[in-house]
Design a protein around this ligand. Structure first.
Ligand code: MEV
Length: 307
């Protein structure tokens, strides 16, 4: 049995693809789990999942790449040319395309499960590299933050192609995470931001750098336990994400309603244009904020702790 949690980006999405820092945490409220049962000799590898109408063989061309690719990469990593005779069952509570890293979490759980079936171990750095390879088919030009936070399961300060810096958060704080009824593939929003940057390099470069400054200050605020400053930084970050065209009317409205209901800060999280948004709340404001989010079209509201 293998599991992988979802993830939440707290600060710095999109700018992280262009070299700026970003902060992400594991989202333990949602997860993918996989288990293995033996199949008769010669059957090869089969996959069962709610996403599939019926079990499919790894050799079946109908098998989605998101399932096939991690398994093939894992087999290649362990130099296995003949499929093991097993059935892999996948169950997931991570909504797809909601900004919770469903693709990376699925890849991590599948690779771990194949390692398990082969009585092998894979170290986190090698696992992270394989999950990153899978991310490329989901996102095109991923920064690597999703696979990294999902593989290491720790809050991280992340800069593309730099060593990972774990963050220790001194004071626990509460976030509400609202999922929206609509989502846009990260592949599309990342591509649109790339084009925006190509068309207006000077202006967008200032936006990326301003987001980078927010992330550096947010890291200090998380380490010092300063929720008031964090709330303000979330709003500033959301404002720059609007400039990058990755917010939308409902994300803006949910952020506005969360603040009106007493949240210390709110912003979209992840790829944007739907997906999810986060609001920083206190014990005394969380019920009001949750009610306001649900009254304004949030599909679900998850409560999670940072720190
Ligand atoms: C997606 O979770 C985060 C983005 O910054 C894309 C990436 O970093 O690869 C939008």
């Amino acid at each position: 049995m293998a599991t992988a949690f979802g993830k939440l980006i707290l600060f710095g999405e999109h700018a992280v693809v262009h070299g700026q820092p970003s902060i992400a945490i594991p989202l333990r409220a949602v997860q993918v789990s996989t288990s293995i049962t033996p199949r008769p000799q010669g059957d090869g590898l089969w996959i069962t999942s709610k996403q599939l109408e019926h079990p499919l063989s790894l050799s079946d061309t109908q098998l989605p790449d998101a399932l096939r690719y991690p398994i093939e990469l894992a087999l290649r990593h362990f130099n296995i040319t003949q499929q093991p005779n097993i059935e892999v069952t996948i169950s997931s509570t991570i909504p797809m395309a909601s900004g919770f890293g469903s693709g990376a979490a699925l890849a991590k759980a599948l690779i771990d499960t194949i390692a398990d079936a082969l009585h092998q171990t894979i170290d986190p750095d090698a696992l992270n590299q394989l999950v990153y390879e899978v991310e490329k088919i989901h996102h095109g030009t991923p920064s690597g933050i999703d696979n990294t936070v999902i593989v290491y399961e720790h809050p991280i300060y992340f800069v593309k192609d730099q060593p990972i810096e774990p963050i220790n958060i001194s004071t626990p704080m509460t976030l509400l995470v609202a999922t929206l009824p609509h989502a846009t593939s990260t592949y599309i929003t990342v591509g649109d931001v790339n084009r925006l940057y190509e068309n207006e390099p000077e202006h967008i470069s200032i936006v990326f750098h301003s987001i980078g400054d927010i992330v550096r200050t947010a890291r200090q605020a998380l380490q010092n336990g300063d929720p008031l400053l964090l709330g303000k930084l979330m709003l500033d970050n959301h404002h720059y994400l609007q400039t990058l065209t990755v917010s939308d009317e409902q994300l803006d409205q949910l952020c506005y309603e969360a603040i009106n209901a007493g949240a210390l800060g709110a912003k979209l999280s992840g790829g944007g244009r739907g997906g999810n948004m986060i609001a920083l709340v206190t014990d005394s404001t969380k019920a009001n904020v949750k009610a306001a989010l649900l009254a304004n079209g949030a599909a679900t509201v998850i409560e999670t702790q940072i720190g």
